[in-house]
Design a protein around this ligand. Sequence first.
Ligand code: PLP
Length: 380
Amino acid sequence: MKFGTKVVHAGIRPDPTTGAIIPPIYATSTYVLDEVGRDKGYDYTRSSNPTRQVLEENLTALENGTGGVCFSSGMAAVDSMTKLLSAGDHVVSSDDVYGGVSRHFNKVLTRYGLSFSYADTSDPDAVRQAIRPETKMLWVETPTNPLLKVTDLALMAEIAKENDLIFGVDSTFATPVFLRPLEFGADLVVHSTTKYLSGHNQLIGGAVVTNRQDIFDQLKFVQKTIGAVPSPFDCWLALLGIKTLDLRMRAHSAGAQVVAEYLEAHPKVARVAYPGLPSHPQHDIAKAQMSGFSGMLSFELKGGIPAGTAVMNKVKLCALAESLGAVESMITHPATMTHAEVPPEDRRARGLSDGLVRLSVGIEDVEDIIADLDQALATA
Ligand code: PLP
């Protein structure tokens, strides 16, 4: 199947009892056994659920993996993949990651004996230098939230292999429409399905897809043991969203390219980070490993923090909101919102300035998005 067909059909079969074309919402906690030791493939929804299973099979097909496991949030997916590690293990992570991920690594998992080093994963030497004898995982986010840094995944896969590391990628920003990390040698790919995959600001969810049976088995065990599972209704909503993923992502990407070019040419804008701009430091890598540049960008104004704040307060069509990756355009101030808990000195070290504005370009008519930014920038 081609990708545009997979989003509509992969893993989805008409319901065997009724022929329903859309998988039913199996809103049940438990399943009646035929006799002791014989069930119909399901016993308890924390372990598995038919609606969730369709979503897991669909996502597995989209990432060209062999197994997928869904969770109740992107953070639950991130947490569950760290359960592949044990106390004493060390992780090398991209320095620019979603603030919730670094908060979890630094404030929760360090209490359980894991340790973390952060490196600019767009620089292979920095990654090599951060690896220690006890390093067990290389964790890469690409493009990153919020600086849109891009990492060469084939190169990272080589480093991971040389050092016998589990190689995990958070591909939330790219989606499988534009990037399939397993094809570049990653062992597992994580998504916040809250974002583009579901796409309509309608749910919180997460997923891990892998092509390694040992990792899949461990994650299924973690899923049923800890129980951070999405509801059947949320799985059903995610499946509906994914049907239009291919179409939506092309619209997000086309719109973001136009907005990025508009902002880069604007006299009040100091810099724009968007992988689709030739000025992006890793534009060539992005072009080589992604088939599109997705819908996220960030920018800084020459007027610094006051000017950025004025724009975020003045936009009318773009919603001032925490999330990203939905049909509605959303504008965010990372320093006080998504990355507020990253210590200011760490933010500065990774280049995340207090004046940075993040924009998730929706699928509205791009002329309306630009008109909105234009009127806001006029006052900044
Ligand atoms: N990964 C990335 C790149 C994110 O941007 C987010 C949330 O913003 C997450 C993971 C966490 O996902 P969730 O909010 O679904 O827990």
